[in-house]
Every structure is written in structure tokens, then in C-alpha cells.
Write a protein that binds this ligand. Structure first.
Ligand code: ADP
Ligand code: ZN
Length: 712
């Protein structure tokens, strides 16, 4: 079976290895177990049901929440040579019946349906004629009111499962890992004793940054200038902000589009298409945009405002870099962001319980913006991962190359001006007084007589406001809530005013531009665009950026070498291979480039990139003993043991029973229950000497981490 799966992976999808967790999830489904896969956005969930769909008899019914994307998903499968179709409200009754009929005749392997369909009794009747082997539920958190995208029609799914002539295998997928949501998915979708797989939440190719106290608009324009021709999303908190930012950037000639719930359906669809087809570079949007968007070449996601919680942030930021190439996630923090979010929470009709839950999550989000520890570590721990590295080396806190500038004098001027104005005015008015504005209001209030009037003449209003924002973010100043926020002094500012403490500002060095300028890449990109227009499919459905980059690296010029490129399967080779080879060949001739060694498509080539614990895992899967692996790899047995623990936590299957002495299993388990898993030493000491640490770790993995025990 395993070989079958590998073959399909290569033949249809053009991949030679799995992403984390995929293999286990596919195996679980093929063993006819209900399965819940919790993977981050971009983790590769679709493949987890698409591969089984090809191996199982009958059809795989996919419940997918966004109608607008079904066509893209089906086009993408078409392009891989996998027969599939969709049913949603865009079809007329005749077409719908025709598709159902074809499905019942075995014409498709996958059938995508919107959840709202399931509310129609008639439709459920029609489904009875279709041999459904697997029911795959995408974005399964939509079934839960605790989740962020509750969709009532997801509640009809359980009824569907029971109505089908034969109960299908049910597999649910989501990126939301909170306990409430997980339990809701299992209960409300009536999963039967599901295998639950939680893969690591880390997205190694994403760089996380939080940037405070900058002029956000200037930052964005600088960023867009240095990232031309790259696709990205800018999220803002409200429609108004989106409109404003859009107008500004559009007028300056940037290739931008916008998306929010205030636009009509046509506008939204058009703008979304333009983005998906690379006709615009940057989408400016509220959080209404993006669910289910699987455009893989999004190179940056910038949050113009802080979102309401870490769940939303990670989901939105996670839309960057799905193709595995480096991508940036930048959050521009401003102190007023908090007020917007509080206002939005207040406006909801949530019960007070839920509201206070939302406030708590908001606070966690604010803490993320202020933490000085590794941002990735913060994120992963928020989502419940332990064992995270102290420093990832790929976030703005780990790579903090900023220089420190002393802004004590400026801070003192600002503080004392605020004080003299009676702590009753907003940042802009304070800035006006500091700059020495001649406005009527300043004179009426007599502020032109203050000793701080005009003492920051050499700065622009914008610069002074930025400084004030920075001092707010660093908690020297406080802004009141409400419609007319007022800036006040906090205790932390007092020693600065007295000259006892200094204020330092981090001056951010320019962020690295993740763009490799390659003229071959541009040639391949325009060929891709040409094909995309001709076939009316998005460019990334032709090939992902990462696939084009690999072509630039290996210069494949024949069938064999082309097929070793990640993302080139047989169907795509057949359709596009020769066109791409032609461009590559011409480029090589023009530039006098000699043929490169073929990319070696065996595991040996990947060995270099592969993290050490996964190499151990592979050897383990080949049946080697841990001692043998240690010897062969010249590592200590303890390291090898730790590798297995880590693999297990990342969702790889490990047969822990072989490492647990059966006669002690119960005793170890009870001891862990009593003492908790914080520290291993007390557990070891409480147990008989012959039980080693590894047996204890094995029990922890077996019971606590690998499979989440059933509630029932
Ligand atoms: P999710 O639904 O979990 O957000 P997708 O299913 O859209 O993620 O997959 C994310 C990206 O990863 C897609 O571009 C997909 O083609 C790619 N991908 C999936 N599985 C693999 C794999 N085994 N090897 C390489 N790329 C993969
Ligand atoms: Zn880090």
C-alpha cells in the first residue's frame, strides 16, 4: 500500500516526499478510520484526502466552504489528471442533475459540495445514488461556535453521514487546534473513534516580524518598492482603512486591489480573480478575504493593523509562502489598533462569557506585539507546542539587527508638553503644540505661552506623532479609550522626566528583500502567465513559484530531468513540459550555460536538507534498531531517542509499545498522572530503578501526545 501511495504522489502530484503528517493521515484514512487532521495553513491538507480518493473505490465527497474557490480546486485537479467536479449554487438544476448522474456512473473521483447544499432534502436523496467512500470536510472548525468562522450548515453534515446508504470514512481537516473546537469537531461531525493527528504548527519558511512606532503608510510604500512583481496581501482592520489605503496606493500607481464585505459580489470576485491570476500584485483587504484562497505564491502578508487574536493572525499570516519558498509576515503595530479591536468586540452580541474570552485572546495578541522573545516560539507555545527552540533565527526578535538611538530628549519634550497641557488632548494636538502651530485653537487655549510650545519645530507633525506612538507602545504613555482618545503620562515616564533614565529607540534596518532576481525565472513566469490566460486557470495552477525556482536551479531539458522537479507530475509534464524545456534550452544557449547535473531524485539528495530527527525516523521506519541507528549515524542513543520523541510530536507514527516494558506500563502511567510531565526526574525517582527515562518518555508520547484520548 505504501508503495502505491508513493507512486501516486509522484505520478499525479509530482512530489517525491510527504509534508509533515500527510503520510500518517493518508494511512489512517486508507485503514478506513475516521480521521481528524489538524495542520497549519499551507500544511498540505488537500493532498491528505486527494491521494486516498485515488486509491479508494467510488467517490470522495468534499465539503468545502467557499463556493468561489471550488472551480479553482477542480481546475487544479483537472490539470493533475484527476477527474473531479463541483456542485454549488452557480449551477442550474439541469447541470446539477447531470453532474450527479455522471457521479453515480463513476465519472469522477472527487465531488466538491458547499455545505449549504446539505440542507436540501432533495439533494440528500440524490446523493444516495452515489457510492461515497470518503467524506472529506475541509475547514472543519466551521462547525464550532467557538471557532472563528461558524457556519450553521456544517451542522447538517452529521445527518448526511447517517443518511448515506453506506457510512463513508469521515476525514475532517482544520488549522484550528484549540480544545473546544477540536471537541466540537469530533462531536458535532459524529466522528467515530477518530485518529487525531496534530502536526507541528511551525512554518519554517515564514519570517515573522513585528514593527512598532513607524509611519505605516511610508513603511508600506517602501516595502512595495523593494518587492515589485511579488504577490502579497495587506490586511487592515476595517473597510474604511482598506478603502483609504487602497486609494492612496492606487493613486501612486501600485498594482493593488481591494476586498471587503462592503463591495458587491461582482467587485469582490473580480478583484479576487485579478489577484489569483497575478494581474495585480497586492490585495488590500479586511479579514473577509482569504479563507480557502490557495494561491501558493503569496510572498508577504502585512498586517496594517493588529488582528483580534492569535488564531486569526496565524491563519491570515499563514497564507504567505504555501509553496514552501521564503515569505514574510509583518505586523505593523500601532497603539490605536487595540482600541479598534476592543470596539469591535464590544459591538458584537456575544454573551459576557464569550466577550471576556475574546478580551483575553486580544491581550495575548497585544503581548505578541510587545514580547522580546522569539516570535515563533511565542506563536508555537500559544498553540500548545512544548519543546520549542529558544531562538528560531528567523524572526524580527531573533534577528534584531536594529541599532539603538537615544531619544531621551525628544521623550522629555513630549512628556512635559503633555503634562503642561493637562493630559487632556490627543496625539495630533500635542504634536501641533510641540511644533508651534499657529492654529486658532492653540491660541485660544493659551498653549502658545507654554514653555514647550514650538520646541520640536525641526520635526514634522508626522514624525512627532510617530514618536508619541512609539512611547505609547513602550508604555511611557497611555491612551484613553473612546472616540476621542487622550494621551496621558504613565508612571514609567517619571524617571525619564527627572533625567534618571534614558529612552532608546530601535531603528530598524531595512528588512531583507526575499526576492531573487533571475531573468530565467521571469521568462518562465511569463510563459506560465501565457498558459494561464490561454487555459483560463490561475498561474499557480500551472506551476507553483517553487517549481519554477527549481527549474532555474537545475535547468531540466528533457523528460527525465523535468520529472524530477518538485511539482511536475506526468499530467503536467504532458501538457506543459516541452514548452518550459524550450524556454530553458533557449536561455541556456543564449547565456552559454552548460547542462547541469540532473537533480537526484532519491532520498539521498534530500538527506542534506532533511532535519536530523527525520533521517533517524526514516531509518527507524526501515526497521533498524535505535542502537544501530546511533552507531551508523555516530550519535548517542539518547539523541536518537529524542529524535523519535520529536518525530512523534510532529505527527509521525512511532510504535511506542516496543519501548515500554508491558509489566510496568500501568505503573509508569499512573506515576505520570500523579506527578505531571513538567519534570522527568521525579518520575524516574518514583519508579523502580530498572525503568529508564526512555520508557517514561515513551509512555508520555503514547498516551498524551500522539493520539489525543477520546472523550468518551
Ligand atoms: P492547506 O489546505 O493545508 O492550507 P494545501 O493543501 O493548499 O494546504 O497545500 C499547501 C501547498 O503545499 C500547496 O501548494 C500544495 O501543492 C503543496 N504541497 C502539498 N503536499 C505537498 C508535498 N508532499 N510536497 C510538496 N508540496 C506539497
Ligand atoms: Zn525567532
Amino acid at each position: 500500500m505504501f508503495q502505491e501511495v508513493q507512486k501516486i504522489l509522484k505520478k499525479y502530484f509530482g512530489y517525491s516526499s510527504f509534508k509533515k503528517g500527510q503520510e500518517e493521515i493518508i494511512a489512517s484514512i486508507l485503514q478506513e478510520k475516521d480521521t481528524l487532521g489538524i495542520m497549519p495553513t499551507g500544511g498540505g491538507k488537500s493532498l491528505c484526502y486527494q491521494v486516498p480518493a485515488l486509491l479508494l473505490p467510488g467517490i470522495t465527497l468534499v465539503i468545502s466552504p467557499l463556493i468561489s474557490l471550488m472551480k479553482d480546486q477542480v481546475d487544479a485537479l483537472d490539470n493533475l489528471g484527476i477527474p473531479s467536479t463541483f456542485i454549488n449554487s452557480s449551477l442550474d438544476q439541469q447541470e446539477l442533475e447531470h453532474r450527479i448522474y455522471s457521479a453515480s456512473r463513476g465519472k469522477y473521483k472527487l465531488l466538491y459540495v458547499a455545505p449549504e447544499r446539505l440542507e436540501s432534502e432533495r439533494f440528500l436523496q440524490m446523493l444516495k445514488n452515489i457510492p461515497v467512500s470518503l467524506l472529506a470536510i475541509d475547514e472543519a472548525h466551521c462547525v464550532s461556535q467557538w471557532g472563528h468562522d461558524f457556519r450553521p450548515s456544517y451542522l447538517s453534515i452529521a445527518a448526511l453521514v447517517n443518511q448515506l446508504t453506506r457510512r463513508p470514512i469521515v476525514a475532517a481537516f482544520t488549522a484550528t487546534a484549540t480544545v473546544n473546537v477540536k471537541q466540537d469537531i469530533i462531536n458535532l461531525l459524529s466522528l467515530q473513534k477518530p485518529n487525531v493527528y496534530v502536526t507541528g504548527f511551525d512554518r519554517e519558511n515564514l519570517t515573522f516580524s513585528v514593527i512598532k512606532g513607524v509611519n505605516k503608510i511610508n513603511f508600506i510604500t517602501d516595502y512595495l518598492n523593494s518587492h515589485k512583481n511579488q504577490a502579497g496581501i495587506i490586511y487592515a482592520a476595517t473597510r474604511k482603512e482598506v478603502d483609504k489605503l487602497y486609494r492612496h496606493l492606487h493613486e501612486k500607481g501600485y498594482r493593488v486591489g481591494k476586498y471587503h464585505a462592503g463591495l458587491n459580489d461582482d467587485e469582490r470576485n473580480q478583484n479576487q480573480e485579478a489577484f489569483i491570476y497575478d494581474n495585480i500584485d497586492t490585495m488590500i483587504a479586511t479579514n473577509a478575504f482569504g479563507m480557502g484562497i490557495d494561491k501558493s505564491n503569496v510572498r508577504y502578508v502585512i498586517h496594517f493593523n493588529m488582528p483580534k487574536n492569535m488564531e486569526s493572525y496565524y491563519q491570515e499570516a499563514g497564507r504567505a509562502g504555501r509553496d514552501g519558498d521564503p515569505a514574510e509576515c509583518i505586523l505593523l503595530y500601532g497603539a490605536s489598533d487595540q482600541h479598534i479591536q476592543k470596539f469591535l468586540i464590544e459591538k458584537t452580541l456575544l454573551s459576557s462569557d464569550r466577550k471576556s474570552n475574546e478580551y483575553k485572546k486580544l491581550q495575548n495578541m497585544v503581548d505578541y506585539c510587545h514580547t522580546s522573545q522569539c516570535l515563533r516560539k511565542y506563536i508555537l507555545e500559544y498553540f500548545g507546542e512544548t519543546n520549542t527552540n529558544g531562538k528560531c533565527g528567523n524572526c524580527s526578535n531573533c534577528n534584531d539587527e536594529s541599532e539603538l538611538a537615544d531619544i531621551t530628549i525628544e521623550a522629555q519634550k513630549i512628556f512635559s508638553c503633555i503634562k503642561r497641557m493637562g493630559e487632556q488632548y490627543g496625539a495630533t494636538f500635542v504634536a501641533n503644540v510641540l511644533r508651534g502651530s499657529n492654529s486658532k485653537r492653540v491660541h485660544e487655549l493659551g498653549f502658545n505661552k507654554l514653555s514647550t510650545y514650538g520646541i520640536m519645530k525641526e520635526y514634522s507633525i508626522r514624525e512627532i506623532i510617530d514618536l508619541i506612538n512609539l512611547l505609547i507602545a513602550e508604555e511611557y504613555l497611555h491612551v484613553t479609550e473612546g472616540q476621542y482618545p487622550v494621551v496621558q503620562i504613565r508612571r514609567k515616564a517619571i524617571p525619564v522626566l527627572r533625567g534618571e533614565e534614558r529612552v532608546m529607540q530601535k531603528v530598524q534596518k531595512k528588512l531583507s528583500a526575499a526576492n531573487v532576481d533571475s531573468s530565467l525565472f521571469e521568462l518562465l513566469r511569463s510563459l506560465r502567465k501565457e498558459i494561464s490566460q490561454k487555459e483560463n486557470i490561475p498561474p499557480y495552477v500551472v506551476f507553483h513559484d517553487s517549481t519554477l525556482h527549481e527549474m532555474c536551479k537545475y535547468f531540466p531539458t528533457d523528460r527525465q530531468s523535468m520529472l524530477t522537479i518538485t511539482g511536475v507530475g506526468e499530467s503536467k509534464f504532458h501538457k506543459y513540459g516541452n514548452q518550459f524545456i524550450e524556454v530553458i534550452q533557449k536561455y541556456m544557449d543564449d547565456h552559454g550555460i552548460s547542462p547541469r547535473p540532473v537533480k537526484i531524485d532519491s532520498s539521498a539528495a534530500q538527506e542534506h536538507k532533511k532535519p536530523s530527527h527525520l533521517i533517524t525516523y526514516q531509518m527507524y521506519r526501515e526497521g533498524k534498531s535505535l542502537d544501530d541507528i546511533a552507531r551508523e549515524r555516530d550519535l548517542t542513543p539518547i539523541t536518537i531517542q529524542d529524535h523519535l520523541v520529536r518525530c512523534s510530536q510532529e505527527g509521525c507514527a512511532v510504535d511506542w509499545d516496543t519501548f515500554i516494558p508491558p509489566e510496568y506500563e500501568e505503573q509508569i502511567f499512573q506515576t505520570i498522572r500523579q506527578l505531571g510531565t513538567e519534570k522527568l526526574k521525579p518520575i524516574k525517582e518514583a519508579l523502580p530503578d530498572q525503568i529508564d527515562y526512555f520508557a517514561i518518555k515513551a509512555v508520555i508520547c503514547k498516551y498524551m501526545i500522539r493520539k489525543i484520548p477520546q472523550a468518551t
